[in-house]
Design a protein around this ligand. Sequence first.
Ligand SMILES: CC(C)(COP(=O)(O)OP(=O)(O)OC[C@H]1O[C@@H](n2cnc3c(N)ncnc32)[C@H](O)[C@@H]1OP(=O)(O)O)[C@@H](O)C(=O)NCCC(=O)NCCS
Length: 173
Amino acid sequence: MTERNPRTDRLSLRRPTEADHAKIVRLVDEWWGGRHMRALLPRLWFQHFTATSWVAETEDGRLAGFLVGFISPDRPDEAYIHMVAANPNLRRQDVGRRLYERFFEDVRGRGARRVLAITWPGNRTSIAFHRALGFRLFDGPGTRSIYGVPAFPDYESDDEDRCLLVRELDVPG
Ligand SMILES: CC(C)(COP(=O)(O)OP(=O)(O)OC[C@H]1O[C@@H](n2cnc3c(N)ncnc32)[C@H](O)[C@@H]1OP(=O)(O)O)[C@@H](O)C(=O)NCCC(=O)NCCS
């Protein structure tokens, strides 16, 4: 049996609201270690994707983490995680795992059969985290080894390489 973490056992997860945007967007650059991330989190995510996203809070109401995701309108059997982060003061305490597990359960119940995410091939923490959560790195056509992992060169634009992470969802019976 997995040993639980006493601090994150007391986390509560809820749906984000539009009012969360201002608070979260202010923190994301710092939570990504200074990388410019806020441009990837316009307000629209907190207006149109809250029904498939999650916010984690500590008992005293501090933001512990968030996950912004959705079920693909084009491919209803696929869910996609756009962004996830844990409060730097609460890393390696299962915040990310709790957010992902809740997302998996939620989207599986709505008909998704796999979950996709992308990350930078140099983001070793993100790759280790996704692997630990059961994702595999797609290594099919169009990928080549970048920083030692399969990735699509110039995936977003010139020099913006990305790894595609895929996790199948177990569907009973
Ligand atoms: C990636 C991130 C969300 C992980 O959140 P977290 O709450 O610290 O992760 P968890 O405690 O749930 O870790 C689950 C497992 O992932 C793996 N993992 C997490 N962080 C890791 C690290 N720094 N190095 C190696 N493995 C790691 C471990 O296997 C871990 O299990 P363990 O602690 O029992 O060994 C967090 O590091 C973060 O917010 N990073 C900055 C934002 C980012 O890069 N997001 C992902 C790209 S969108």
